[in-house]
Design a protein around this ligand. Structure first.
Ligand code: NAP
Ligand code: GDD
Length: 326
């Protein structure tokens, strides 16, 4: 039986990856960090907690001793580093902690693996945000990075480090350059979930307005559940490499609002106000991925596109919000 470590196991992707690996018969070791709101802590993996092949370990990506202990204790076959301060907007207000988690945290993982368990295969959660304001599309593994936020700058550092550790030490280390992927488990501060949750609440009379920022940004949105399989596929190859995972289609935030309006049966745009507090100091205007390499070499392809995804997320939020209606 193989063992996999997942950092960020309670995040959107971590929870789907844990489900996927447990179904494949893996022992999954999830890293969770302590928060003061214990009762909310494990929402995304609550349904997995009774699985005997799931072990949770306390730790923090920025605390190298906790990462070294994890690698020492389990010497895992695979290590998926999904933990991050993942909100681009927040990285402008908390740039230092974002850098510690998203850049130095990755160094901590690679050093632990290099020194203790060099056979461990490593996956790094790289991102399309690294393309930043380079609007040359479609964006692929060879497109120039032009990061446009502290979040993206830290992710570029981590991405380069993975390439370097692969070359310098021969580690089996891969980066998935993933374009935006969403689901009903998406954090509520990200734009898609903010929109689908608000639409459900407006439909039920629980809310009367939705405040957003830049509606013209374009994103390549896929379904998170499908993307975690691509992560696993990268670690099953003969050689380590980096791959873009994307749908190959792009839409504006306005388009996403239209899709949700269609699913909800009313014009959500009538409730939207644009506020400067939801704008970022610098923006990533256009993301459109070219997933050809992943298709040809991994056999991976995105199936669910943004319109269907909007419906899935809206319907899930409607069920959740109905519980608040007396
Ligand atoms: P997410 O839902 O925000 O999950 C991130 C997880 O990381 C959370 O469980 C969080 O724990 C944990 N974490 C944060 N700081 C930590 C630390 N210092 N030590 C240990 N754990 C820590 O993010 P996601 O959407 O699943 O994304 C997964 C990864 O893919 C992230 O690295 C993200 O940057 C990257 N990525 C995401 C997308 C996307 O569209 N979703 C696209 C490209 C790349 P708490 O619950 O304690 O906060
Ligand atoms: N969050 C948010 N909230 N975004 C808004 C809002 C709002 O009220 N209004 C407009 N937007 C715009 C943002 O300015 C951005 O252009 C776009 O909606 C998407 O924002 P997010 O959903 O926060 O995602 P992101 O694209 O910035 O980052 C996500 O995808 C990256 C991959 O490209 C995150 O998951 C990152 O962790 C990931 O790396």
């Amino acid at each position: 039986m193989s063992t996999a470590v997942i950092t960020g196991i309670n995040g959107q992707d971590g929870s789907y990856l844990a489900e996927f690996l447990l179904e494949k018969g893996y022992t999954v070791v999830g890293l969770v960090r302590r928060t003061s709101s214990e009762d909310q802590k494990l929402t995304n993996i609550e349904h997995l907690l009774k699985n005997q092949n799931l072990v949770l370990e306390d730790g923090d990506l920025t605390d190298s001793s906790s990462i070294w202990r994890l690698v020492q204790d389990y010497k895992p076959d695979e290590f998926y580093n999904l933990a991050a301060q993942s909100h681009v907007g927040v990285s402008f207000t908390s740039p230092e902690s974002t850098t510690e988690i998203n850049a130095t945290g990755v160094l901590n993982c690679l050093e632990a693996i290099r020194n203790i368990s060099p056979k461990t295969r490593f996956y790094q959660a790289s991102t399309s945000e690294m393309f930043g304001d380079n609007t040359q599309v479609p964006q692929s593994e060879i497109t120039r990075f032009s990061p446009n936020s502290p979040y993206a700058c830290a992710k570029v550092y981590a991405h380069n480090l993975v390439v370097n550790y692969r070359k310098a030490y021969g580690l089996f280390a891969c980066s998935g350059i993933l374009f935006n992927h969403e689901s009903p488990r998406r954090g509520e501060q990200f734009v898609t979930r903010k929109i689908t949750k608000a639409a459900a609440r407006i439909k039920l009379g629980l809310q009367s307005s939705l405040y957003l920022g830049n509606l013209d940004a374009q994103r390549d949105w896929g379904y998170a559940k499908e993307y975690v399989e691509g992560m696993w596929m990268m670690l099953q190859q003969d050689k380590p490499d980096d791959y873009v995972l994307a749908t190959g289609e792009t839409q504006t935030i306005r388009d996403f609002i239209d899709y949700v309006s269609e699913a909800a049966g009313f014009n959500l745009m009538e409730y939207v106000s644009v506020t400067s507090t939801n704008m970022r100091p610098s923006e990533v205007p256009l993301l459109l991925g070219d997933p050809t390499k992943a298709k040809n070499q991994l056999g991976w392809e995105a199936k669910t596109k943004a319109k269907e995804l909007a419906k899935i997320m809206y319907e899930s939020d409607l069920v959740k919000e109905e519980k608040h209606v007396k």
